[in-house]
Unconditional design. Structure first.
Length: 300
């Protein structure tokens, strides 16, 4: 009987394309509004049909080496949902205070989610925070519900939140940054300017494509500092043979490598994430990032 139903479904797909009258047999599109309601935060549909929900830790006042950092600069928890057949997959990253880690991890496990990494991204942070990467498969609304329940053990702000305030004080020459890196960027709010560089090859997990909006992309964030210079952070997404060449180049340009690790467990090719930090003239820092980026198989 099961084989008979599958054959029938294939025939139905053909009729759906022609007439559209039998579309109800196909898997329904995800109800992203229901996901937003379950999680308590609004999201956006991005390239690759990835529904991404940002949950920045706007409740925290964090400094790195004495530099106050914006939530969008280095404290950006998120959840990225992608429908795969009749199920959804979710993956993301949670910014947590040290004392929040055990309870949030236990909550993820209770909700049927998996933890794929727990580590630092930056050094000399005050208060100290950790980053917990996670993933799961199932009904999108149930995944969102489980994630919200796990996050209830943290101070992560959920519910509606005001838009980031316009940046005040020192500003960045974003055109110069874009010209130096050879890529366009965007203001992600609160005075943070972001440039991304997706990998050139296809990335998969258990045969399913992973898209840049799911966190599989090199991210370079710039934030103006009080002395008229800039702080940078983010992470390079690398394959094994690129790791040491990129680390060496970053150091040669005065950019500290602050962490090197996995974010996922079953990605193909195997990816490593190299986090970095520096403060200096924005154009100088952009030149260092460009030199390192040129050593990677990133999209041009």
């Amino acid at each position: 009987m099961r084989l008979h139903v599958w054959k029938y479904a294939v025939v139905v797909v053909g009729f759906t394309v022609l007439g559209g009258s039998l579309g109800g047999v196909l898997a329904a599109d995800p109800d992203w509004k229901a996901v937003e309601q379950a999680l308590g935060k609004s999201g956006q549909l991005q390239a690759g049909d990835v529904f991404r929900v940002g949950m920045p830790r706007t409740d925290l006042s964090v400094t790195v080496k004495g530099v106050p950092v914006k939530a969008g600069f280095a404290l950006g928890s998120y959840a990225a949902f992608k429908q795969v057949g009749d199920q959804a997959m979710v993956m993301g990253d949670l910014v947590l205070l040290d004392q929040e880690v055990p309870a949030v991890m236990a909550g993820l496990f209770r909700g049927g989610l998996e933890v794929t990494a727990v580590h630092n991204h930056l050094n000399e942070m005050s208060p100290h925070v950790m980053y917990m990467h996670y993933g799961g498969h199932g009904d999108a609304v149930q995944l969102a519900t489980a994630l919200r329940q796990a996050l209830s053990a943290s101070g992560t702000p959920l519910g509606s939140s005001p838009a980031p305030a316009a940046a005040q004080g020192p500003t960045l020459d974003t055109k110069q940054i874009e010209q130096t890196l050879g890529r366009g960027g965007r203001d992600i709010g609160g005075g943070v300017f972001q440039v991304t560089a997706p990998r050139g090859e296809a990335i998969t997990e258990m045969g399913h494509p992973l898209f840049p909006a799911m966190g599989v992309t090199t991210v370079m964030n710039f934030q103006a500092t009080a002395d008229g210079k800039a702080a940078i952070t983010g992470d390079f997404v690398l394959i094994d043979k690129e790791v040491n060449a990129v680390a060496r180049t970053l150091q040669q340009h005065g950019i500290d490598v602050t962490a090197l690790h996995n974010h996922a467990l079953m990605d193909t090719p195997r990816l490593f994430y190299m986090h970095f930090w520096a403060t200096d003239d924005a154009a100088k820092l952009a030149r260092g990032l460009k030199a390192a980026l040129d050593l990677t198989n990133s999209q041009k």
